[in-house]
Write a new protein. Structure first.
Length: 452
């Protein structure tokens, strides 16, 4: 390969006032400038005397190959993108083309990425401070990404309460994607959640509108629009869209006075080190609460609550609850133990939290390969045993206890409980269960070493 160079240049939002000095220098050093025709117009006064190659909207790979070919000829190339070239820009496909051609860093052609302010930064600056806490960006373009993938990402972001920046929300042919995105987000967000719709930020036709999630899809939205959807704490006041950073969790009315129980410079009481203490306190303060109630209250998988209960001690108990985890790989031993409990209640829940509770006996449980079959004359239940990753014993003093089989996400695959009521439960019984489930240690013969 030749000794040319490729600059992957992010122009920023479009106004040259917001273009970085390094971006200007890269274009000035270039022999060839390649880009989408609209982006070339943004830098016309910087490309005099240079070879300019304009490409259409769907010709991204052509731009990459053109840049590679010119660099092979020993030329310096500026391949430009609006915003940041590494955010839905040309940096990714260019590197893919280069690597596919056999190029390696330091091998002939030099490549430099010149970052720029991306659309979500520019749009956020025009409406206030909506990105002050955790956020993500999702492109609604299904030209290269299957819609089910986009929908899953929207679902995950909405459930996790991210502020969401929607790129490529709508075009002349793609008009339903923003409607579907709105429908998904509304499953988890209030209809009055603040939304900013920003078109052509820092360009001559700039237009900014503050609206709500319920009305978002009715706004004037196109390919030059970026949509910012707030989270559950985002608010609008005096025309400013703001997402709080979280200081109110630690300080009284943002005065700097520390709330009771919190410490300056330390994690919150609900931080990683402390939230399980809060979970145990919840179970102590709410003696009628179940483990599932606690999981719902803290919005965590059931396995996290079981772990919090197990970590309690005499000074910090989880109310009447106790739990202990069986060692990995002991699922089969646990099943054999459970069969000795007599009649059982098998509980299976669907993703929509509908519960099926079946009365069975231990003899109805049959392991066959990756499945656990529960077979009776009146029903057949097939449990995906291969998905079980954790096994927990749990119960409440003086009440029924049982065993939970959890999947990779620490959610229950199913649970088994003795049908008889009033079975006593204690830490000693819990410990005994775990010990009984442990496989017996096989006698290990000493290794014999033979000299050859």
């Amino acid at each position: 390969m030749g000794k040319g160079k490729i600059f992957l240049v992010g122009l920023g939002p479009g106004s040259q006032d917001h273009m970085s000095l390094r971006a200007r220098e890269a274009i000035a050093q270039a022999d060839v400038v390649i880009g989408y025709a609209t982006y070339i117009k943004l830098v016309m006064d910087l490309v005099d005397g240079k070879e300019v190659i304009r490409k259409g909207m769907t010709e991204e790979l052509d731009r990459c190959y053109e840049a590679l070919e010119r660099a092979r000829q020993g030329k310096t190339v500026a391949l430009i993108s609006s915003g940041d070239t590494g955010v839905y820009g040309m940096a990714g496909p260019t590197y893919e083309v280069l690597l596919q051609s056999g190029w390696k860093p330091g091998d002939g052609i030099e490549v430099e990425v010149v970052p720029g302010s991306t659309a979500l930064n520019a749009c956020a600056a025009l409406v206030g401070a909506p990105l002050t806490h955790d956020f993500c960006s999702i492109s609604l373009s299904d030209l290269l990404t299957p819609w089910p993938v986009i929908a899953r990402r929207l679902e995950a972001a909405a459930r996790a309460d991210f502020v969401v920046a929607l790129y490529n929300p709508k075009s002349g042919r793609r008009t339903q994607q923003i409607i579907e995105a709105s429908r998904i987000l509304l499953r988890y967000r209030r209809p009055d959640t603040p939304v900013a719709v920003v078109k052509s930020a820092y360009r001559p036709r700039q237009h900014v509108r503050l609206t709500t999630l319920a009305e978002m899809a009715d706004c004037d939205i196109g390919m030059l629009t970026t949509v910012l959807v707030g989270n559950s704490h985002t608010f609008v006041r005096h025309g400013l869209m703001v997402t709080p950073r979280g200081y109110a969790n630690k300080y009284e009315a943002l005065t700097g006075r520390i709330k009771d129980g919190e410490q300056a410079g330390r994690s919150l009481t609900m931080g990683l080190a402390g939230w399980k203490t809060c979970a145990r306190r919840y179970l102590r303060d709410n003696p009628q609460a179940t483990l599932r109630d606690a999981a719902q209250y803290f919005d965590v998988p059931l396995g996290e609550i079981l772990s919090a209960v197990a970590e309690g001690d005499a000074d910090d108990p989880a109310g009447m609850h106790q739990a202990a985890q069986a060692a990995p790989g002991q699922g089969d031993q646990v099943l054999e133990l459970v069969k000795q409990w007599g009649q059982l209640r098998a509980v299976v829940r669907t993703e929509s939290n509908a519960a099926a509770e079946l009365v069975i006996s231990g003899g109805d449980l049959q392991r066959v390969g990756d499945w656990l079959h529960v077979t009776r004359d009146s029903f057949h239940l097939h449990v995906p045993w291969s998905t079980v990753r954790q096994t927990w014993f749990a119960g409440r003093a003086g009440m029924l206890h049982g065993v939970y089989f959890l999947d990779e996400g620490r959610q229950p695959v199913f649970s088994l409980l003795p049908r008889a009521r009033g079975i006593p439960f204690s830490r000693e019984i819990l410990t005994r269960h775990v010990e009984l489930a442990a496989p017996s240690r096989a006698k290990v013969e000493p290794e014999v070493v033979v000299d050859e």
